[in-house]
Design a protein around this ligand. Structure first.
Ligand SMILES: NC(=O)c1ccc[n+]([C@@H]2O[C@H](COP(=O)([O-])OP(=O)(O)OC[C@H]3O[C@@H](n4cnc5c(N)ncnc54)[C@H](OP(=O)(O)O)[C@@H]3O)[C@@H](O)[C@H]2O)c1
Length: 263
């Protein structure tokens, strides 16, 4: 199926690794003009190189930290000077802290709020003037299955990822009249460095292998395995495409069935 990405200008933030990287690679494969961004200059340059080598379409790249006050504004200024408009934004920045409730400080709460929610607010807000000039404009945020089925020992991201559901629905309503669609993809356990780092840490604490930790967590997933970043990216890409032109305000789980609620 042609998703209509030829000539479509897409910014993917949080794209040097994981789901953001897989999304940018799929978009390039599908013919989009892609710009990727994240914090580490070497990491984002290497990602652009890898995507170029794999697809023949090297994305533009930029260094940005969207948790800072002006990081998103400066990034979108680069997009403005390159394209003058934006057709789609994907924000793949975020993460969790594994901790019990009482061990979390105010700084942990505020830091994770900035990482998951305020960064999304800032990057969407900075993108709106360019999206208004774009064709079939779309925003996709990355939430988490935990927003529908809170995980034990992850209270801080359970709360903040649930906030993204509200943000998605509200923005979708607010900007529908301007033709800007806003959706959210909620991954379950997906094998990116977020999990490889976590599994290595837990393995060291428990004196087992990282593979054993992954197998233990995979056991709870109805499909019996972790997701691949490409499997989440496929949904992000579809929602970003004009093929999803009648879909807005939705949070779609890509989670191997782990969130068992009806909604
Ligand atoms: N993997 C999972 O199991 C899982 C589950 C549920 C939800 N999610 C969500 O899915 C999204 C992507 O997760 P992932 O597993 O793909 O993460 P990841 O592998 O850790 O990759 C995160 C990417 O974001 C960049 N980044 C981090 N902080 C940034 C910032 N402040 N500004 C700009 N870029 C930043 C990182 O590069 P730099 O470090 O160089 O900046 C990297 O490119 C996140 O929102 C996460 O919460 C993931």
């Amino acid at each position: 199926m042609d998703l209509g990405f030829q000539g479509r200008r897409v910014l993917v933030v949080g794209a040097s690794a994981g789901i953001g990287f897989a999304t940018a690679e799929l978009l390039a494969q599908d013919g989009a003009e892609v710009m990727i961004a994240s914090r580490d200059p070497a990491g984002i340059a290497a990602a652009a190189e890898r995507i170029g080598a794999a697809t023949g379409r090297r994305p533009a790249h930029a260094v940005a930290d969207i948790t800072t006050e002006d990081g998103a504004d400066r990034l979108l200024a680069e997009v403005a000077s390159r394209w003058g408009a934006l057709d789609a934004l994907v924000d793949a920045v975020g993460g969790s802290i594994r901790s019990g409730f009482e061990a979390l400080s105010d700084a942990d709460w505020i830091g994770n709020y900035t990482f998951n929610v305020l960064s999304a607010v800032r990057v969407v807000r900075a993108s709106l003037p360019l999206l208004r000039k774009g064709r079939a404009p779309s925003v996709v945020l990355l939430g988490a299955a935990a927003s529908r089925m809170p995980y034990p020992n992850q209270v801080v991201s359970n709360v903040h990822k649930a906030g993204l559901l509200g943000l998605t629905k509200t923005l979708a309503g607010e900007y529908a009249a301007e033709g800007i669609r806003v959706n959210c993809v909620a991954p379950g356990r997906t094998l990116t460095r977020l999990w490889t780092d976590r599994a290595a840490k837990m393995a060291a604490e428990r004196n087992v292998t990282a593979e054993a930790v992954i197998a233990e967590f995979a056991h709870e997933i109805p499909l019996g395995r972790f997701g691949a970043p490409e499997e989440v990216a496929a949904m992000v890409v579809w929602l970003s495409s004009p093929r999803a032109g009648y879909v807005t305000g939705q949070t779609v789980n890509v989670d191997g069935g782990i969130a068992r609620g009806l909604l």
